[in-house]
Write a protein that binds this ligand. Sequence first.
Ligand SMILES: NC(=O)c1ccc[n+]([C@@H]2O[C@H](COP(=O)([O-])OP(=O)(O)OC[C@H]3O[C@@H](n4cnc5c(N)ncnc54)[C@H](OP(=O)(O)O)[C@@H]3O)[C@@H](O)[C@H]2O)c1
Length: 339
Amino acid sequence: MKAIVYTEYGLPEVFQLKEVEKPAPKDKEILIRIYATSVNIGDIWARNFKEISPRKFTMPLPLWLPSRMYFGFKKPRIHILGNEFAGEIEAIGKDVKRFRKGDQVFGYRGQSMGAYAEYLCMPEDGLVALKPVNMTYEEAAAVPYGALTALNLLRKVTIQPGQRVLINGASGAIGSAAVQLARYFGAEVTGVCGSTRLEFVKSLGADKVIDYIREDFTQNSETYDLIFDILGKSSLSRCKRSLKQNGIYLLASFKMKQLFQMLSTSVTGGKRVICALSSESPEDLLFIKELVEAGKIKSIIDRCYPMEQIAEAHRYFEKGYKTGSVIITVAHNNKKEQL
Ligand SMILES: NC(=O)c1ccc[n+]([C@@H]2O[C@H](COP(=O)([O-])OP(=O)(O)OC[C@H]3O[C@@H](n4cnc5c(N)ncnc54)[C@H](OP(=O)(O)O)[C@@H]3O)[C@@H](O)[C@H]2O)c1
């Protein structure tokens, strides 16, 4: 099969489209013919992990070393990136019960990666589910990472209908899903993003948008029950006055400092900090699929690139121009109707 392989860390030019061995499903695995995968921040970092110093790493220092060991110190240990996928089941192992050959599926590989390829094996009880019927493969491949992460992190707090929620970083993969999920939970949502993506965030259902280039949301008099900061660009000291009395400052990207703030605010009560790592389950993916089919979550694609243009796709993502998702389409000679 064809796969996008890299054996050296570096710029997007490190990718090579190569013939590699096609995987075969084990007894409890499904073999998926991939039609679409995506470029997200995980792929960008893993492609050049040797450049991710502890300072650049957006997680606490104790997690940097295991991540570096996992991805490889001098050279990558994983040679095929891609953590989101959508495709069709081509074969199933003899003990598979949940799926059938021909099922259209979508899913998430997390750090295991491997979706930049024509085929992929997944355990049947892994993060894989039937593709939402109202999405193309390309649209479905853009959903799992952002939606699963946003759902998991938002579940660390309980959003009550009518609460006021601010999402800082609302135009990215996690933020755009968080806007839609917070709306689904009944919140009044303010999305903070750059000037060129204000309309995009509004189109996701945000009640209000703030351009972080023109306005510092911590300086107006608005207050929120929840401030969800995806990149950790704000700080507790700056956000305090924008939080209601028992408001929560939820962080997807955080360091040891914020972990200590979480500890201390859990003791003092009142305004609290919550930092969390998402831990996704197949049930979460099914829930996301249902929300997509109910029209509560949509995915907006910025650009699609064929596998041959993977380097261009990574360059486009890294320039920070994307509005929505960057998708890699995987061509097969016998591609079927999508919907
Ligand atoms: N806790 C967890 O379990 C977990 C899991 C996965 C990822 N993460 C973390 O999530 C982060 C990646 O999130 P993502 O995939 O959603 O990233 P992304 O798709 O690259 O989006 C990031 C967004 O942040 C916005 N942004 C940039 N500068 C900003 C600023 N000063 N103020 C407000 N917004 C700003 C950008 O908006 P504009 O383009 O509009 O400027 C961009 O759309 C990483 O730091 C990663 O470590 C955490």
